[in-house]
Design a protein. Sequence first.
Length: 196
Amino acid sequence: MKFLYDLFPLLLFFAAFKFYDIYVATAVAIAASFVQVGLFWLKHRRFEAMHLITLAVIAVFGGLTLALHDDTFIKWKPTLVYWILAALVLGSQYVGKKTVIERMMAAQITLPAAVWRRLNLSWGIFFAVVGAANIYVAFYYGLDLDPDNRREIWVNFKVFGLLGLTLLFTVVQAVFIAKHVQDKPGGESVADRTSD
């Protein structure tokens, strides 16, 4: 359920784009992001970092898109979000005792320190690469096509391509993690659970 909650601004953006245009879709995404953050606060009395990063970037770049009637700004939004995440994740390799990924997942699983660092590094690189992929599709792919077709391709990539890449990468990481999970003190091992 949380997965859908996290995606609802993106899904509303996609629906508004299909029925209207990029500018209505941008306005809908901005409003949905504010609602998302507000509802999360009302339910949990805290903010989630990813929601706040997305809200800040879409409010600024979506606002510029609407004010200047130029979709260049909204096309930069996924890249900026991914690159901010890449900077935070990769920066945690060098600052503090634990990486961002370890802080997020250590309550659920136990891994050796070297594996946490490798996992963190791979997520940081992934975020950097998909941010660059967004720039390519948004600004360089299909230059011979008309602007409406290029915009349609970018929106489909933003919704399905980036999401698909993230899901695929998550599955690959889950397989990697499964090979290295350690027993919790006093708990059964992964091998014990799967042999039943």
